[in-house]
Design a protein around this ligand. Structure first.
Ligand SMILES: NC(=O)c1ccc[n+]([C@@H]2O[C@H](COP(=O)([O-])OP(=O)(O)OC[C@H]3O[C@@H](n4cnc5c(N)ncnc54)[C@H](O)[C@@H]3O)[C@@H](O)[C@H]2O)c1
Length: 473
């Protein structure tokens, strides 16, 4: 099929590359000319493992090109995806300005030559599918009033569940495909588009191998409204699950239990599951906060107070303070001290800093008079450019970041930090205090390396004793 993807961010670029890899011809459109220039040169505008390679393979298998204007591509397309940002407004509502502009531009570009499906991949509040339909129609009427009766299109919602850092794997081998539409014709076009993905009829790329026994993707066909609710409910649940682990970790810290043991113990219950139970410094990223707030806002428009969602946000807000509290417990005075941060990205394997806990931690430390040094393998340039207000000393590696520091905070769980020589790091510091914001290191190993270690919800003495009695390193 001929496909247009509007928006070449984290979702749009991956969607475009994967659809072209499945054999479709895709045009990716963005109003940001710098991004389009990069893509035309074969470079990804974002850091996502495997993406540049997939773009190259996509060009060979289906075909992919890039444009700053959607007119020509929309006219040639059967399916048009909207994958623009829907960032939060101060009220918690989603800012739909980009979505509205994209929908109008699609309408203005349409003619009566074929039936087209406009698909919302952006995360949008309930009812936005109808809004997109209206805006596309208005776009047609404004640009070509004479065509208003002859332009035929359907609107669908196809929420995205990819995780940054493993976006290609998640897009080629998703847990499910959700297709929300109000009519059979629209649904059938999308079933056709995703046929090869549903039946897994494509060769798996070497850098994203197909998981064993993965033969079919379940398709959940729903109404537009249900599809929109599925996306919000999924993110609200995941945010709540992490929030639950964080809440329990705070109780563990007080009663002398180790939250990692507790979560293993409950996660093995198949009704609960082991994923998303890692306690830490609070979730971040572009989606959870904005999606939970947006769902609360929708609920309030219907006169409903979503108390569980409110609590989820409140627990996360509080968790963001935990690094500062732990540093104060160890150091008392932060003014004049030097704190090294390992990691800045909101999670590993991405350069995304949106709502990253690191930003709040750095801001608070600087405000309290501490000096902040940081090292992140990928996100330092983005941090420098996007947050010039943060007076962070960026370092070339973990070793130089900890030089003469009074404390070290592990902020992002980059796998390469697992190879660090902890004794060497401790030896370079003024005071070897380690706050492990992701429960990434083994407490016993960190202590053996000379660190005064605190994790999140890992009551120290018990953890050390348990590890020793079980003979763990
Ligand atoms: N990032 C994720 O992990 C993720 C996962 C699932 C869903 N989502 C949702 O997907 C949507 C996109 O998220 P993202 O992270 O890719 O955003 P992003 O900010 O990385 O990318 C959005 C892109 O859209 C472009 N754009 C804006 N208006 C445009 C227009 N009128 N025409 C063409 N291009 C336009 C911007 O220039 C930008 O490049 C959001 O609604 C988000 O909530 C994101």
């Amino acid at each position: 099929m001929r496909v247009t993807v509007i928006g070449t961010g984290y979702v749009g670029t991956v969607t475009g590359a994967c659809l072209a890899y499945l054999g479709h011809h895709v045009t990716c459109v963005d109003t940001d000319t710098a991004k389009i220039e990069k893509l035309r040169m074969g470079e990804s505008p974002i850091y996502e493992p495997g993406l540049e390679e997939l773009l190259r393979m996509a060009a060979e298998r289906g075909g992919i090109d890039f444009a700053c204007d959607c007119d020509e591509a929309v006219r040639a397309s059967d399916v048009i995806f909207i994958a623009v940002g829907t960032p939060p407004l101060p009220s918690g509502e989603s800012n739909l300005a980009y979505l509205e502009a994209a929908a109008r531009a699609i309408g203005a570009a349409m003619d009566g030559a074929r039936f087209r499906v406009v698909v919302n991949k952006s995360t949008v509040p309930v009812g936005s599918g109808n809004l997109v339909g209206t805006l596309v129609r208005e776009g047609v009427e404004e640009a070509h009033p004479e065509l208003a009766g002859s332009v035929q299109f359907g609107v669908a919602s196809n929420p995205e569940f990819l995780r940054e850092g493993s976006a290609i794997h998640d897009s080629l081998y998703p847990d499910r495909i959700v297709l929300g539409a109000e009519d059979q014709r629209t649904l059938e076009v999308l079933r056709g588009l995703y046929g090869a993905l549903e039946e897994q009829k494509f060769p798996d790329p070497s850098f994203a191998p197909r998981p064993d026994s993965f033969v079919r993707v379940p398709v959940v066909a729903t109404t537009l409204t249900s599809a929109e609710m599925i996306k919000y409910s999924a993110n609200a649940f995941l945010a709540m699950k992490i929030g639950f682990a964080n809440e329990i970790s705070n109780i563990c810290d007080r009663v002398g239990a180790d939250v990692t043991e507790v979560m293993t113990g409950i996660g093995l219950d198949s009704r609960i599951g082991t994923k998303f139970l890692n306690a830490g410094i609070g979730w971040g990223g572009s989606c959870f906060g904005k999606d939970v707030s947006s769902l609360m806002h929708t609920a309030s428009e219907y006169g409903y107070q979503a108390r569980l969602l409110e609590a989820s946000l409140a627990v996360n807000r509080q968790q963001r303070q935990i690094v500062i509290q732990k540093l104060q417990e160890k150091m008392f005075i932060l003014k004049g001290s030097t704190v090294a941060l390992l990691g800045l990205a909101f999670k590993a394997n991405t350069d995304d800093l949106r709502d990253a806990p690191s930003l709040q931690i750095a801001e608070k430390l600087i405000q309290m008079g501490a000096r902040v040094r940081a090292y992140d393998p990928i996100a330092m340039n983005a941090c420098r450019e996007q947050h010039p207000e943060l007076r962070i000393l960026y370092c070339n590696d973990a070793q130089s970041a900890v030089e003469h520091a009074d404390a070290l905070v592990l902020v992002t769980e980059w796998p390469e930090f697992g190879d660090l020589d902890l004794a060497d790091l401790a030896g370079r510091m003024n005071r070897a205090i380690l706050v492990d914001g992701r429960n990434f290191f083994s407490p016993a190993k960190a202590r053996a390396a000379g660190f005064d270690y605190s994790g999140i919800g890992r009551a120290t003495s018990r953890s050390a004793q348990t590890a020793a009695s079980l003979g763990q390193p």
